[in-house]
Design a protein around this ligand. Structure first.
Ligand code: ATP
Length: 361
């Protein structure tokens, strides 16, 4: 197998007519890492992936793979391989010829390309099916063939566009584990586009969260979860309550923020007084208990309760929010259950609230 390459995206934009799909993004994807691009529909993930692959021209900026600027290279000359969402297998060819196709295009002689295709099918545990056609395979098996076909060119980076979206939920989780194992075995850089937070958290060394053609945060899953950089990330990842307010005081590394009239919260950090600001409060760290320090909690009214098995989701109205979420463990909840309409006191620790940065305009 080839060695892995770092992918360096430098001020890259993509403009389609009057739509700017990607706004001057910069990012270094370390060699040999598993990188997931995550974001809502239309945020520019696929356009970015296709620009790395060379299937889409770059409107401005540059992309480097290792030491080579590949901006103007055709896809086959970049050292990348792409696996498409639909797998794009040829229905009339058997698996060996499907996998060997790109080598045929390069003029590799028949025996050599078939031997290499068989090696790739072996790697994907698909050798016993080598003479079948794609229609005679399950979805998961077709995906393995598509992977074998992408990997036969010995790419330095494998680019995957929503690779798991065509699979049923059970197979999705199994293939997810296989993708991760494959990436570790091969040691090459994987760039994977998904709109699933869970998928990105499970797979990635680095998650790149995009919104409206820009990168909101690029960091490890743990950092994204514990330190969301922006209100968008905190909301999109769905594990924080986001409250918006105005700084009333900033001293000794702590900001005091007014979120509703007479309701102030403390959070670690610093900010100019008067500035509007967002804070994120971990849903799983809020306790149904009175806070000793009232700036680390509030009194509210329960508006909804959802049982989730190992946890219970409690929605509370208060502190200027009508859907403040508390995730309690089932044990904690059933030790002291509450009902819709109950008045509750919520509290959290200073370390469970984070100051969320604002996007540069
Ligand atoms: N060929 C095109 N011509 C014009 N506009 C395009 C084209 N391809 C994408 N766009 C627009 O660019 C923006 C980003 O699209 P892109 O496919 O990169 O987003 P995405 O994050 O991958 O979305 P999805 O998850 O829905 O695939 C969207 O507004 C889309 O409508």
């Amino acid at each position: 197998m080839s060695k892995a390459a770092e992918i360096d995206i430098v001020s890259v934009s993509k403009v389609y007519g009057s739509t700017t799909a990607v706004h001057s993004i910069s990012l270094k994807i370390p060699s040999g890492s598993y990188c997931c691009f995550l974001g809502p529909s239309g945020c520019g993930k696929t356009s970015t992936l296709r620009m790395i692959a060379g299937h889409e021209s770059i409107s401005s900026g540059d992309i480097r793979l290792g030491n080579t600027v590949v901006t103007d290279f055709p896809p086959a000359k970049r050292g990348t391989a792409m696996m498409f969402q639909s797998y794009a297998l040829f229905p009339h060819l058997d698996l060996i010829d499907n996998v060997a196709f790109s080598l045929k295009m390069k003029g590799v002689e028949k025996e050599e390309r078939r031997a290499k295709a068989l090696d790739m099918l072996k790697l994907m545990q698909m050798e016993p099916y080598a003479n079948r056609r794609p229609a005679q395979l399950s979805g998961g098996q077709q995906q393995r063939v598509a992977l074998a076909r992408a990997l036969i060119t010995d790419p330095e980076a494998l680019l995957l566009d929503e690779p798991l979206s065509a699979l049923d939920p059970f197979l999705k989780i199994r293939m997810r584990a296989e993708l991760k194992k494959l990436q570790k075995t091969l040691g090459i850089t994987f760039v994977h586009v998904t709109h699933s937070q869970e998928e990105a958290m499970a797979l990635a060394d680095i998650i790149v969260i995009m919104n409206d053609g820009k990168i909101e945060q690029a960091a490890s899953p743990r950092e994204v979860f514990e330190r969301p950089a922006t209100a968008f990330v905190a909301r999109f990842m769905g594990d924080h309550n986001v409250l918006t307010g105005r700084t009333v005081e900033s001293a000794d590394g702590t900001v005091t923020l007014e979120v509703a009239e007479g309701q102030t919260f403390k959070v670690a950090g610093s900010s100019e007084p008067g500035v509007p600001i967002d804070i994120g409060i971990r849903t799983d760290r809020v306790r149904l208990a009175d806070a000793s320090d009232k700036t680390l909690g509030f009194n509210g009214v329960v508006s909804n309760i959802e049982y989730r098995g190992s946890s219970v989701k409690i929605t509370v109205i208060g502190a200027g929010s009508d859907d403040f979420t508390v995730i309690a463990t089932d044990a904690d909840y059933f030790a002291k259950p509450v009902s819709v309409g109950d008045a509750v006191s919520l509290s959290w620790g200073l370390e469970d609230a984070v100051l969320l940065g604002r996007m540069a305009a």
